[in-house]
Design a protein around this ligand. Structure first.
Ligand code: CS2
Length: 472
């Protein structure tokens, strides 16, 4: 037996399942990017609102690239189990907010019409850093234009990706798509309509949700008594901070009732999360990939890596944050990284590093430079990134670079054993990674060269230990 509407009743009574009608209403949310994160985060917030009796939060989930996943979810009627596990306990839950599914690549019209459907009030997005393309903007715009032409209400379009100012970025992308077209009268109308009736709030979303693994699926079968090919594992912690900017202003109070923080100041939460959590994640992921430690928990469990991450956050990131409770935030993060239930693969997090590093590391490095303060931890992390492009760990095991820039990065780093300095300089010259202010900075370049040399000669662990000794 497999999890589906028909088998829900057979689940153990201790597992929370959707106690609302999943068929009587049309979805009110279109979500683009049906990965693990959305299903264990926002879909569970919407599930809570549906449990409360508000029928407008069913989701039409759109897989951007993975028909296999969408097909599996469809076969299970959009149902999947989530294991919520940490030091406080373990429980399973089956959220029921996913009512319909489509694949963007093969069912584009269905997606456009879902955005334009009268019942739709929100579009949410988790399409990853590299997903913010003109093609995405065109897809959104087609649906939005249909709404405008039909005289339908505007909607809230909420980017939930790990990008600073994500709502503003998305809004700018959509507006660029409008002006990229022939300057026809109706396009000016669309622009005016977008400004007057749609909202693009910025938001910060946080919950650690590793990609599904066979181990979690086996645990799901054990807990549910039925098979679940889409089961996920996450932590108890979740946070969603969203800017108070909605097409329907009444949504603010509703979301707050479900535990979402609605505020005028998302920025301070975004920057803290991107630089502390995600910045540490990227550093540990690259360290783990090279040293052969498979999970974030296996990295943070090593004293010198834990100390490195603690110092990275406290000394090089926190001084520039507007979030004043950073010390508690840092300590909570270190505990979350150590959650033994989350087998969060370092290679998963190292994926798309070229798209992640600019938001995660760069602002801290520039701010430290501006203050004449040390950036040693970030310099070591940058050197580790170069070492990572070799595609070979310290035990001689090969791994793949999964990154839109994989080819150029591997070409750039290929000669790093014989011409290390040239390779560091080539890496640090890239403005797509380091912006315009950092390339050519002598002290920064010198320190990355230094740490890269240490890494090649002594290995990543020894280099980290040296750094800790030096910075003690
Ligand atoms: C991670 C994030 O994969 C990654 O790059 O850093 O997915 C991280 O787990 C989430 O942002 C946590 O909220």
């Amino acid at each position: 037996m497999t999890l589906s509407s028909a088998t829900l009743h057979a689940l153990p009574a201790s597992i929370q399942t959707p106690a609302y009608d999943r068929q009587a209403h049309a979805p009110g949310v279109v979500h683009l990017g049906l990965g693990a994160f959305h299903r264990a985060h926002q879909a569970m917030v919407f599930d809570q609102l549906l449990h409360g009796g508000d029928t407008r939060w069913g989701i039409h989930g759109v897989g951007m690239t993975r028909p296999d996943l969408v097909n599996q979810l469809q076969a299970q009627d959009g149902l999947y189990a989530v294991r919520i596990a940490d030091g406080l306990g373990v429980k399973w839950q089956v959220p029921g907010a996913l009512w319909r599914t489509s694949v963007a690549t093969t069912e584009r019209d269905a997606v456009v019409h879902a955005i334009a459907a009268p019942s739709t009030r929100w579009v949410t997005l988790t399409v990853t850093e590299k997903g913010y393309t003109p093609a995405l903007a065109q897809l959104l715009l087609e649906g939005l234009r249909l709404r405008q032409q039909a005289g339908l209400p505007g909607i809230t379009i909420a980017s939930c990706d790990n990008l600073q100012g994500n709502g503003l970025k998305l809004q700018a992308l959509v507006k660029t798509a409008v002006s990229a077209k022939d300057p026809r009268a109706q396009d000016t109308d669309v622009l005016r309509w977008l400004d007057a009736h749609c909202a693009f709030p910025c938001s910060m979303v946080d919950r650690i949700v590793p990609a599904a693994t066979p181990e979690v699926m086996a645990a799901a079968q054990e807990a549910l008594g039925v098979q679940d090919h889409c089961a996920l594992s996450t932590e108890g912690f979740w946070e969603w901070v969203i800017e108070d900017r909605f097409a329907d202003p009444a949504d603010a109070a509703l979301l707050q009732s479900a535990g979402v923080r609605v505020t005028a100041d998302v920025h301070s939460y975004e920057e803290a999360k991107l630089r502390m959590l995600n910045g540490s994640h990227s550093a540990m992921a690259l360290m783990g990939a090279i040293t052969g430690r498979p999970f974030i928990a296996s990295c943070i469990g090593v004293l010198h890596i834990r100390t490195f991450v603690h110092q990275l956050m406290g000394r090089e990131v926190a001084p520039h944050l507007s979030r004043s409770d950073w010390a508690a935030y840092r300590d909570a993060l270190i505990a979350r990284f150590g959650n033994p239930y989350l087998k969060h693969s370092v290679h998963q997090i190292a994926t798309d590093s070229s798209q992640k590093i600019p938001q995660r590391w760069l602002p801290s490095v520039l701010s430290q430079i501006a203050q004449g303060a040390s950036f040693e931890h970030h310099a070591l992390a940058a050197a580790i990134f170069l070492r990572y492009t070799l595609g070979l760990d310290e035990q001689g095991q090969a791994y793949a670079l999964n990154d839109p820039q994989a080819d150029s990065l591997m070409a750039l780093g290929a000669a790093q054993r014989t011409e290390p300095e040239t390779c560091v300089r080539a890496l640090l010259a890239r403005e797509d990674l380091w912006g315009t202010a950092l390339p050519g900075h002598d002290a920064w370049t010198a320190r990355v060269i230094h740490w890269h040399q240490q890494i090649l000669q002594q290995g990543v662990d020894t280099a980290i230990l040296q750094l800790l000794q030096q910075e003690a």
